[in-house]
Design a protein around this ligand. Sequence first.
Ligand SMILES: NC(=O)c1ccc[n+]([C@@H]2O[C@H](COP(=O)([O-])OP(=O)(O)OC[C@H]3O[C@@H](n4cnc5c(N)ncnc54)[C@H](OP(=O)(O)O)[C@@H]3O)[C@@H](O)[C@H]2O)c1
Length: 242
Amino acid sequence: MKNIIVITGGSKGIGKALAKKYADNDYLVFSIARNTCPINDVHSIQGDLSNPENIEAYFTSILQIVNLKKVSSFTLILNAGSLGTIGNIEKNPLNSIQKTVQLNLTGPLLFSSIFIEKLKEATFEKKIISISSGAAIKPYAGWSVYCSTKAGVDMMTRTIAEEQKTLVNGVKVNAIYPGVVETNMQETIRNSPEKDFKNVQRFIDLKEKEELYTPDFVADKIYNLDCENVLETGAIVDLRNL
Ligand SMILES: NC(=O)c1ccc[n+]([C@@H]2O[C@H](COP(=O)([O-])OP(=O)(O)OC[C@H]3O[C@@H](n4cnc5c(N)ncnc54)[C@H](OP(=O)(O)O)[C@@H]3O)[C@@H](O)[C@H]2O)c1
C-alpha cells in the first residue's frame, strides 16, 4: 500500500522542501510546476498552472501511474503561488491580475474540484492542504491581488469542508499560513521598491535578524501536522502559532 502526494510548485522553495520530506518518508510524490523538481524519486510534471485548462490532463496523467487499489492515502498540496505585480491596484494590468488569480485561486478551486470528483468513490484517506498566507487576513498595501487570492483560498477551504464533512468518503481540507519563509518569493519582496511596497523594510529587518523560517523547517511542521491528523477539516492554521 502506498501514500500518494501531489504538490503544485514542487520545483523550489516550500514546495521543494515538502517534496523532499514526503519522498524521504516513502510517499509517492508528484510535483507540478514549470520547472522540474530536483529531488530524486519525485515525478515531475512540467506545466504552467496559471493556465488552469491543463490541470485535468495533469491529474489524469498522475492517475494513470497510480494504482488506486494499492493506495492508503492521497493528498493534494496546493502550494504554487505568486505575488503578481507588486504595487497599488492601479499599477496592476489585466494580464497580471488574470495570471495571478488563475495561479493562486482559480487553479486551486479547479484542482480541488477535479480531485474530489475523480476520487469520489475511493475509500482511502483523502486530503487537500492549501498553502495560504497571513496576507489572507492582513491587508498589505501593494499586494491587493495576492491578499485577495489568499483570502479566497481560505474561504475555499472552509466552504469545501462544509460540503465534504457529511459525506462518507469525504475529503479533509485545511489551509496553512507558513510564516515568513526564506524562498525566492521573500527575495522578490525584499527587492521591491518602497514606492510599490511600503512594508518592505519589515521584511528586510526580519532577514537581517535571521527570523525567517527555512523551507525545511516549514516542511517538517506541515508533514507532522498532516501525519498526526490533529486538524479538524476546514481549519486554517498559522505555523507561527503552534
Ligand atoms: N515564502 C513566504 O514567506 C511565504 C509566506 C506565506 C505564504 N507563502 C506561500 O507559499 C507558497 C510557496 O511559495 P514559496 O515561498 O515557496 O515561493 P517560490 O520559492 O517562489 O516557489 C513558488 C513555487 O510555485 C511555482 N509556480 C509559480 N508560478 C507557477 C506557474 N505559473 N505554474 C506552475 N507553478 C508555478 C514555482 O515553480 P516554477 O517556477 O518552476 O513554475 C515554485 O515551485 C505560495 O503559495 C506562497 O504564496 C510563502
